[in-house]
Ligand binder design. Structure first.
Ligand code: UDP
Ligand code: MN
Length: 368
């Protein structure tokens, strides 16, 4: 009887030891998972550079406030990280901070610039929220020459919209050097190429300098498909003039932008480089989304139109997009970087985009 009892006790003790061993192994695995970033994705992807610096700084601050006794005692440092990362929430997809329709007054903006939300924007125009982890890091690419007032007005309204939307962003103003014909497509491609040297971005938003958002519910993020964010512009009666329009403000993931080979480099002077982009997307079977017209609203700042490209050249290029686009764009882009400067609210990239071809008013100049 007593021998049976002893055997029973030995079995119970063995079972207890087994259970204890299994739970220790589990804790180890959890720590390994955290160390390898399975649970710690937020901190691993946000820890290296300027914009991500905010997030890792936040992780540090968080750690001092919330260290639990378990993690303080634990020799598994990454286990402690695990707790921190689980505590840091993603920002809301549609933050409570949004106010909806905005009152836009160009003159008032010029008088009172810089924008009220600008105090914690890093030099070069980078910002990320500090109460949550931004869902996307976006690069705003603004093609530019000689429109400083427009830029001041745009940033006055755009920066507070972006901070309320709680997206991590950096603004790039891509300025064409010299006074040859403007080439917006090349500037867009240069912006895309140069921005990626500064950071890893999830989303690119190509933004004319003279379009001012009228509603902060129009999210500056990328959806699964490219989104034409400016379908309703005051100057166009808040109506879309034609279905193929993607000019103005366009959000697009870098994968899609690369897949269509970016914008064409061949459009000199005003006109049609945006329509060319639409045909690139449709040839690649990438459909374009639009926000509701009540939200995708913009006010356009008046300006003169300078050189307009000859219509016959424009139409020739548009007719030949499909067979040309994989040989004309990002993979054939040439430029000379003249200057990169970190301004208070944006990174200014000055680039020499080259010269238009001789006889650029004739189709023959573009036939290869
Ligand atoms: N742009 C510029 N300087 C110029 C011409 C164009 O900065 O001399 C940029 C600016 O961002 C502008 C965009 O290119 O919003 C599109 O050009 P524009 O406004 O002349 O064309 P629209 O869209 O009004 O037809
Ligand atoms: Mn314009």
């Amino acid at each position: 009887m007593s021998r049976r009892c002893t055997r029973f006790i030995i079995i119970v003790v063995l079972v207890i030891i087994c259970v204890a061993l299994i739970s220790v192994i589990n804790v180890g695995e959890l720590s390994v998972a955290a160390a390898s970033g399975v649970y710690g994705e937020k901190s691993t992807s946000y820890s290296k550079s300027g914009m991500r610096f905010n997030a890792s700084e936040r992780t540090g601050r968080f750690s001092n406030d919330n260290m639990s006794s378990f993690y303080r005692k634990s020799k598994y440092t990454m286990g402690y990280e695990l707790k921190v990362n689980l505590s840091l929430d993603s920002c809301q997809a549609v933050p409570d901070l949004l106010v909806g329709r905005l009152k836009i007054d160009f003159e008032a903006a010029l008088k009172s610039a810089p924008p009220p939300a600008a105090h914690d924007v890093l030099p070069g125009g980078a910002w990320s929220p500090n109460s949550c982890v931004a869902r996307q890091r976006i690069a705003i690419i603004i093609p530019f020459r000689d429109r400083q007032k427009h830029l001041d007005i745009l940033l006055y309204y755009l920066v507070p919209v972006l901070t309320r939307q709680q997206v991590a962003f950096q603004v790039f103003v891509v300025e064409q050097y010299g006074n040859k014909a403007f080439n917006k497509g090349r500037l867009m491609n240069i912006g895309f190429t140069e921005a990626r040297k500064h950071d890893e971005f999830d989303c690119f938003i190509f933004h004319d300098v003279d379009l001012i958002p009228e509603d902060d519910r129009n999210m500056y993020t990328c959806s699964e498909n490219p989104r034409h964010m400016s379908p309703a512009v005051d100057k166009l009666g808040y109506k879309l003039p034609y279905k193929a329009l993607v000019g103005g403000v366009l959000s697009i993931k870098p994968e899609h932008y690369s897949r269509v080979n970016g914008y064409s480099n061949l459009y000199w002077g005003w006109g049609a480089e945006d329509d060319d982009m639409y045909y690139r997307l449709s040839a690649s079977k990438i459909s374009v989304l639009r926000p509701p017209f009540t939200i995708g609203r913009y006010k356009m700042i008046k300006h003169d139109r300078k050189e307009v490209s000859p219509a016959k050249v424009r139409y020739y290029l548009l007719r030949t997009v499909r067979k040309r686009f994989l040989k004309d764009g990002l993979n054939t882009l040439e430029y000379r970087l003249v200057d990169t400067r970190l301004e208070k609210l944006y990174t200014r990239i000055v680039a020499d985009v080259g010269d238009p071809p001789k006889n650029s008013d004739k189709i023959s100049a573009f036939v290869t």
